[in-house]
Design a protein around this ligand. Structure first.
Ligand code: NAD
Length: 476
């Protein structure tokens, strides 16, 4: 039986807690009950983490690629061995069903193994030059990375934030979300137990604005890696400019899903309804605006509502739960505001639209149809279990609506027409486009957005290169 662990920060491999530090109470979102007390960093802790990370960079930039690969592979093996414990801890602090936290562990296993290979293939190139002279282009690790991960993928986000810098030869200080600290600590512990030098990766927690200001103001930090909302991302990007830091920013989205008349409705529903309600909709690449061509609209919206209403909502630890609670009390409050505003403006409520139970942060899988463009939910990322289903007449109208918002993270389209598939892939403004599939991520594929959804990529070769600088060396 897994019990929720005692919480700490990890600096130079030491577990740090107590000492009169402020704390944050971690809650179980299924019950609303406290499950742990997390120590928060004071400025001295952050200075120590920076100093250690600087040392870690000196060690790790010179480590042979084979050593980096061995650590990543070893951590992948340990994650697999510890999968059930880590998944349970993540469900306790974040709420999503165990089936999903188990998959998150596997995402990290896949990513660490992929990076283990990729970090041994980071070649430079030789330029064409006259005999006797030489010009080469090298990739070098950028330096100390300050990384900030949110609570929605408590295992997967820390995996990305640690994995790429470690593969590249950087050191990293991670501030994962204070709501879900134990999962991040478990991922770091796998890396340390696999032989990562203790100076290379640190985990701190704190008051987010204090930590980010402190780390980004330090001349030791060379890169900012952030996943979270666009509002906070813009704020951190401004702070990062002061020291001209490299940035990777994974921000919000408002995923359009274009469903054309020639699509197979059952297949779309079988794929996209579970996709919509995965992690109670708290996913940056979630499907949000379903844009359905007139002829399919009635069958699609009726089928969607029926399936949404049948989803089993409950404690993520319980057998058979398909959707857990939302991760924190802010989310059901946001749902009430956004769904209330939409129905007031004339949207039709086809399913859900209410909180569930009298404990925890549960909200019913919700379906809205014919939602006016002026409503807040058509413009703000809902980040919750709500699907919007609106209609369109032709391809131009659908693409215009898909591109209307300043977000451009993930987009999806369903159509049997091959030429249209190609046009949509080109015309839709997004970092990731799924055509007749919801699978838009994988260890080997760059993951990131355009416009207000951010810049840079995680995963894939691009994820490692984002932690590297290029240097041109000319020898006369
Ligand atoms: P939030 O914007 O306050 O926090 C999001 C994350 O950013 C949290 O992990 C938080 O600890 C961190 N954060 C906040 N202020 C920070 C600061 N000054 N410095 C460093 N980190 C900071 O929002 P929230 O209420 O936790 O989540 C709601 C919104 O966040 C959602 O509507 C969604 O748009 C966005 N979000 C996006 C992702 C994603 O994967 N892109 C994940 C979680 C949340």
């Amino acid at each position: 039986m897994t019990t929720y662990p005692s919480l700490c920060m990890i600096i130079n491999g030491e577990r740090i807690a107590g000492g009169g530090r402020r704390t944050h109470t971690v809650m179980n979102p299924a019950t609303g009950e406290p499950i742990g007390e997390l120590p928060l960093a004071d400025p001295a802790d952050l200075d120590r983490a920076l100093e250690i990370a600087q040392e870690g960079f000196r060690i790790w930039r010179n480590a042979p690629a084979a050593q980096r690969a061995a650590v990543l592979q070893g951590a992948a093996r340990l994650l697999l061995e510890r999968q059930e414990d880590i998944a349970r801890i993540a469900t306790m602090e974040q709420g999503k069903p165990l089936a999903e936290t188990r998959i998150e562990v596997m995402m990290n296993v896949g990513l660490f193994n992929f990076y283990a290979g990729e970090c041994q293939r980071l070649y430079g190139r030789a330029l064409v030059r006259p005999t006797g002279t030489r010009s080469t282009v090298m990739h070098e690790p950028v330096g100390v990375v300050a990384a900030f991960a949110p609570w929605n993928f408590p295992i997967g986000n820390p995996g990305r934030k640690f994995g790429a810098p470690i593969a590249a030869g950087c050191s990293v200080i991670l501030k994962s979300a204070e709501e879900t600290p134990a999962s991040a600590l478990a991922v770091l512990q796998c890396l340390l137990d696999a032989g990562l030098p203790s100076q290379v990766a640190q985990a701190v927690f704190g008051v987010p604005d204090e930590v980010s200001r402190h780390l980004l103001a330090s001349p030791i930090t060379r890169k900012l890696s952030f996943t979270g909302s666009t509002v906070v991302g813009k704020h951190l990007a401004r702070l990062a400019t002061q020291n001209m830091l490299r940035t990777t920013m994974e921000l919000g989205g408002h995923g359009p899903v274009l469903v054309f008349d020639d699509a197979d409705v059952t297949r779309v529903l079988d794929t996209m309804v579970p996709h919509k309600f995965r992690n109670a909709g708290q996913v940056c690449v979630s499907s949000t605006r379903f844009l359905v061509q007139e002829r399919l609209f009635d069958a699609f919206s009726a089928g969607f509502a029926e399936r949404a209403a049948a989803i089993r909502v409950g404690d993520g630890l319980a057998e058979g739960t398909q959707m857990g609670p939302m991760a924190n009390p802010r989310r059901p409050e946001a749902m009430e505001r956004l769904i209330g505003d939409a129905t007031k403006q004339g949207a039709r409520l086809l399913a859900g639209g209410e909180r569930l139970g009298n404990q925890g942060y549960f909200y019913a899988p919700t379906v809205l149809a014919d939602v006016p463009i002026s409503s807040a939910i058509m413009n703000e990322e809902p980040f919750g279990p709500v699907a919007i289903i609106n209609r369109f007449a032709d391809e131009d109208e659908a693409v215009t609506e898909a591109n209307r918002l300043p977000y451009g993270l993930a987009a999806y389209a369903w159509t049997a027409d091959n030429k249209r598939q190609q046009r949509l892939a080109r015309e839709i403004e997004a970092g990731m486009v799924g055509i007749n599939t919801a699978m838009i991520a994988g260890a080997d594929a760059p993951f990131g957005g355009v416009k207000w959804s951010g810049n840079g990529s995680e995963d894939g070769l691009e994820g490692v290169l984002a932690c590297m600088i290029t240097k041109a060396i000319h020898e006369g």
